[in-house]
Design a protein around this ligand. Structure first.
Ligand SMILES: [Zn+2]
Length: 376
């Protein structure tokens, strides 16, 4: 009897030790579930935002391309997108929600409805010693990229946005928008003052303006590339294309042993849908999906990388009515509007921490969760 009690106590001790170990090696995810800590928190985060990309835009891309890189993602869900003051969001409020975890009014860039600055996932990443990057196919001063590194009341305050970008800690910046960084007296400038923000950027990083300079970039820690005075052209005329820029950004940022945060935007999917032009949407979707492929390829060889793909809102009320999967053709489609809609947008996740991004969530969940991951 005594022996049995000693054995029972021994087993009980083992069970307690096992439970303590289990609890300490697990953590609560934002969805309330438990996951092993070693697999949950990513060292690197790559966030792809397809501006205006709804389910029909993705469907159209799949019909034409056949198989999308998006199909490699294990977890997917939907996000609600309304803003603080509007039933239908704009890119500024939606990007703020994803960058900071908070709702704000349409037009506001990472400030609250009360105009208080909201700290962004990129700023938290920098604080944690990570490198950060923004890669877009529009001007870098546009709403989506600026919401990750600037804080202004109105998205139209381009001069101020450019100033805040130039004095931010961003390590890789690829897109258009050179005109907002040069003094008013320089031909082509869009500034209202004589501030030389190229000189500010050059104090801490290389600044390039051509495809040739981009192709000759060697081993480097930080760079800004302006590939257009204002906005780069459509995907079929754009050089470098989004996948090349994404690959280069990852190559540079991944040199930091503490990890990185990178946001890549397929900016012109939205413009194509505003114009109700299906071919324009398709070209932008394919360029964006190829960029996603570049991110996934890195994540497959680096298991500490979380890749997210989502959109800020749907644009166009785009619907596909007829076509052929075999012939990869859309024969009938339509748009209900030339504006944004309230439709939920899809989110896809791959890598550590990805299981949280399933089911129906609000877009603020993206910012809140990424910031939570960076705090671990
Ligand atoms: Zn739009």
């Amino acid at each position: 009897m005594l022996d049995r009690r000693i054995i029972m106590r021994k087993y009980f001790g083992f069970i307690i030790v096992f439970l303590v170990w289990s609890i300490s090696s697990c953590t609560t995810l934002p969805n309330g579930k438990f996951e092993k800590r070693s697999t949950v928190f990513p060292k690197n985060i790559i966030l792809f935002i397809g501006d205006g990309m709804g389910v029909s835009h993705i469907t159209a891309g799949k019909i034409i391309k056949g198989v999308l890189n998006l199909e490699s993602f294990r977890y997917s869900g939907l996000l609600t997108t309304h803003s603080q003051n509007a039933f239908i969001t704009d890119s500024a409020a939606a990007a703020t929600a994803m960058a900071t975890g908070y709702k704000t009014d349409n037009g506001a860039i990472s400030v609250s409805s009360e105009k208080e600055p909201l700290k962004t996932v990129a700023e938290y990443a920098e604080e944690n010693g990570k490198s950060t990057g923004l890669v877009v196919s529009c001007s870098v001063t546009d709403a989506t990229p600026s919401a990750f590194v600037t804080h202004v009341e109105r998205r139209t305050q381009k001069d101020l946005i450019a100033e805040q970008i130039a004095s931010s800690d961003i390590d890789v910046l690829f897109g258009g928008g050179w005109a907002y960084f040069v003094p008013k007296s320089v031909k082509g400038s869009k500034r209202a003052d004589e501030k030389d923000l190229i000189a500010v950027l050059k104090k801490r990083m290389k600044v390039i303006r051509s495809v040739e300079e981009f192709q000759q970039l060697g081993i480097i820690d930080s760079v800004t590339g302006f590939f257009a005075v204002k906005h780069p052209p459509q995907a079929k005329y754009r050089k470098p294309q989004l996948p090349e820029l994404t690959n280069k950004a990852i190559e540079i940022l991944s040199r930091n042993k503490d990890g990185f945060f990178l946001m890549v935007e397929g900016s012109q999917i939205d413009w194509a849908a505003h114009e109700n032009k299906q071919d324009f949407i398709l070209n932008e979707m394919i360029d964006f999906d190829n960029a996603i492929g570049a991110g996934l390829e890195f994540a497959k060889s680096n298991s500490q990388t979380l890749v997210l793909v989502t959109a800020d809102h749907e644009t166009g009320g785009f619907a596909i009515h007829d076509g052929s999967v075999e012939e990869r053709r859309i024969s009938d489609s339509g748009f209900t509007t030339s504006e944004h809609t309230a439709a939920m947008v899809p989110i896809f996740a791959y890598g550590p921490g990805s299981s949280a991004f399933s089911g129906i969530k609000d877009n603020t969940f993206v910012g809140k969760t990424l910031i939570q991951y960076l705090h671990q």
